[in-house]
Design a binder for this molecule. Sequence first.
Ligand SMILES: [Zn+2]
Length: 99
Amino acid sequence: MKQFVPGDHVPQAGTYRVYHYKHRMPHLVNTLLVQFPLCSKCGDKVRFEETATDAEAAGKWLRHDPDFMDTTVGIKVRKPTALAAVKNIFLPILWLCGT
Ligand SMILES: [Zn+2]
């Protein structure tokens, strides 16, 4: 599995396993960030690995993790896809028209 370091480009939005240096067990996170952040405790020693498993990661966002809350400030987030944007605009309209 390819590992990423802080500052690397995030290849795709999804679930990653996070390996910390000496202060925390590996854990899963979801991210929409475009770049991997530093860890607030182990800094640039943290590693990220792509994983296919996302079942345990539901609702665990990298940006909401206490170790990354401060270090992800300022990193860009992927824009929602055009399809999602269209759904957000048109579904409420369709819903209103149907009532
Ligand atoms: Zn860490």
